[in-house]
Structure formats: structure tokens, C-alpha cells
Design a protein around this ligand. Structure first.
Ligand code: KG4
Ligand code: ZN
Length: 339
């Protein structure tokens, strides 16, 4: 019998719905919210309102595109957290309402767990290889940066994490001080393509073990710009590509250094990267390059599955469904990760 899961993602500023059949993607629709651009960051209340407007049409499109019938859906998987509380509430409430109407189970999904399982997303026609267990996963998103050992679909352990900002935040904050709109990560990626990554050097954190820190880099970038602007008010405009290439290189080096140590310490050479920052072309190239030198098997999600999407929620729901790990109607969202 086919197992068909509807996935719902609404943790931040993307409203997304997807249909997965037997672990393969049938559809994955994402509605981005442009409204936040002019505010320089996501405004939680505006995000919730936009999710409310988007969720029904997005689910409708995902179901239509998949070609399945609503009555064939076996369960609804939804992002329970971490994320913005008001935004999560929209997806959670929708999932509960849908499940109640269809008399099917709900499956609560941890957004970070889902980013890891984005590595397994493909359609029935796509032959992309998927990682074998155990593997190390560098999980880099807007709110988290961590290294994990992934032992199975539903079994992952954090072995290193950021003690302050996440890598995505470092990208976004550095972009902001250069006057770029939110989210700055993709724009830094774009400008970096024509810049010199060796043009400027920024301070490197000295954090023991496998943990990360990005707040020092951001401060060093800010002070550097402040000093340069005193001598040349057009410094940012004139050197934007070099600045973007150099800051991107610094972030990538910090991420890779710890990943290399982790691989050597844990003796795992199957290496994956996931989360929004894994869409960064410099990071993708650098990991593939490091992998060649170190004989790693490297796995990176397709760019459309790097950033937030519901297909990753649905596939996590699928593996939880196989283990009968269902949620219940009393489940409430959680904004922060429980430790
Ligand atoms: O995983 P994600 O879509 O949302 C969260 O769960 O946080 O990650 C969003 C983060 C943002 O900080 C965004 O700037 C960053 O991923 N990002 C990128 C790129 N695409 C998205 N950072 C650098 N280069 C990119 N191409
Ligand atoms: Zn995410």
C-alpha cells in the first residue's frame, strides 16, 4: 500500500506544502514572503498574517500538482518548532484541522531534524545518491549551526554547536552592515562570485572542541568597515564584491575547519551539509574540494531543498509514520529547541 504524507512548513517566513509518496517527492510548493524585505529582517506578526493568507492556496497547489486525491493522504506532518511562535501556530492549527476533517493522524516534526532528512529528497525519476549511515552532517541555517552524527533517519546526535550566532546570521548581519536587504546570505553569495576572497582578512575565533562562534567575525567586519569608511565614504560600494567574497570565505573556513576535525576525531568520512546556508555556492564548492583531498563521500541537498521547504517535513513525517510515531491533538508548537 502507498504511504502518502502531506507536509506543512511555516516556522519562519516561507509557507510551504508538499506531498511525499513512499519517501519520494510528488510536489513541493513554497510561497516566500517579500513583505519583510523593507524591514531588514523577519517581522513575526507580519509572517503569521502572511502564513494565514498563503496556507490554503499553497496546500491546494501542492495537492493538485502531486496528482493524488485528498482522500489518499495517510497523515499530515507539520513543523512543531523551533521557529516563530505565531508562524508555527498557523501551520500547526492547519495540520490539526486537516487531520481532524480527514480522520488521519498528525505527525509533529522538528525543523532541524527535517533539514537533515532533506538530504534524502528526490523524485522517483531522480537517481541522486543518498548518504549511508552513519554520516556527519553540518547543519547550517538562519538560527542554528551544528555538527551532528546521524545514525539513522530518526537518530541524530549534536557533537558541536555555535555558542553565539549561527552561520546564516553571520551572513545576514554582515550583509546588513553593507546596506544589503534581508536575507543577505544569497546576495553575498551573488556578489562574491565576482570578488577576490583573499582581498581582506578577518579575525578567526579560537573556540575549543567542535563548537562554533561567529559573533567575533561580525564585530571584526563591522569595525573594519567603520575604519575604512572614515578614509573613503564609498568604500563599500567600490569594494562590495571583494568584501562579500572575503567574508564568505571567512565563514566557510570557520565551518570547514571544525568539520575536518570532527571527521578525523569520529572517523567518519561520509559528510553532508544541510540547512539554508548549504545553498551557498562557495560552501558547496569548498566542501566538495575538501572532500576530494580527504577522500570523503560528500552529500549536499539540491538547492531547492537547502532552504526551508515542506518536502523535508513530509519525508521526516514519512519515516516517523513507518515507526508509528504520531503526534496528538494536544501538541503545541515550541519556539526554541528543548535541551
Ligand atoms: O534553513 P533556512 O532557510 O531557514 C532557517 O531554518 O533558518 O536558512 C536561512 C538562512 C538565512 O540566514 C539565509 O541568509 C541563508 O540561510 N542562506 C544563504 C544562502 N541561501 C540562504 N546564505 C549564504 N548563501 C546562500 N546562497
Ligand atoms: Zn530552516
Amino acid at each position: 500500500m502507498d504511504i502518502i504524507i502531506l507536509g506543512i512548513e511555516s516556522s519562519c517566513d516561507d509557507t510551504s506544502a508538499a506531498i511525499i509518496r513512499n519517501g519520494f517527492v510528488l510536489s513541493n510548493r513554497v510561497a516566500n514572503q517579500d513583505i519583510h524585505k523593507e524591514y531588514g529582517g523577519v517581522v513575526p506578526e507580519l509572517a503569521s498574517r502572511a502564513h494565514q493568507l498563503n496556507i490554503v492556496p499553497v496546500v491546494d497547489r501542492a495537492i493538485r500538482q502531486s496528482g493524488i486525491s485528498v482522500k489518499d493522504i495517510n497523515a499530515v506532518a507539520f513543523t512543531r518548532g523551533p521557529g516563530l511562535m505565531g508562524a508555527l501556530l498557523v501551520g500547526t492549527s492547519f495540520a490539526k484541522g486537516f487531520a481532524l476533517a480527514r480522520q488521519i493522524p498528525i505527525i509533529d516534526v522538528n525543523h532541524l531534524h527535517a533539514h537533515i532528512l532533506s538530504l534524502f529528497l528526490r523524485t522517483e525519476d531522480e537517481k541522486e545518491p543518498v548518504p549511508d549511515f552513519p554520516f556527519l552532517c553540518l547543519l547550517v541555517s538562519g538560527g542554528h549551526s551544528q555538527i551532528m552524527i546521524v545514525n539513522d533517519y530518526l537518530d541524530a546526535k549534536i557533537i558541536g554547536k555555535t555558542i553565539d550566532d549561527a552561520a546564516g546570521e553571520a551572513f545576514d548581519k554582515c550583509a546588513k552592515v553593507m546596506g544589503l536587504p534581508y536575507p543577505g546570505g544569497p546576495l553575498i553569495d551573488e556578489y562574491a562570485a565576482s570578488g577576490n576572497p583573499a582581498a581582506f582578512e578577518f579575525s578567526k575565533p579560537k573556540i575549543p572542541g567542535l563548537d562554533y562562534s561567529f559573533s567575533g567575525l561580525k564585530t571584526s567586519f563591522l569595525y573594519f568597515l567603520r575604519d575604512e569608511l572614515k578614509g573613503n565614504p564609498n568604500f563599500i560600494e567600490e569594494r562590495k564584491s571583494d568584501l562579500c567574497a572575503s567574508i564568505q570565505k571567512s565563514i566557510i573556513n570557520i565551518l570547514l575547519d571544525k568539520l575536518v576535525i570532527a571527521s578525523e576525531e569520529i572517523k567518519i568520512k561520509t559528510i553532508a551539509v544541510a540547512g539554508g546556508v548549504s545553498a551557498n555556492s562557495g560552501l558547496r564548492e569548498a566542501i566538495l574540494e575538501a572532500g576530494k583531498r580527504r577522500d570523503w563521500k560528500v552529500f549536499i541537498p539540491q538547492p531547492k531543498y537547502s532552504t526551508d521547504n515542506a518536502a523535508m517535513i513530509a519525508i521526516t513525517g514519512y519515516y516517523k509514520y513507518l515507526k508509528r510515531e504520531f503526534g496528538n491533538m494536544a501538541d503545541v508548537p515550541f519556539a526554541r529547541i528543548k535541551v
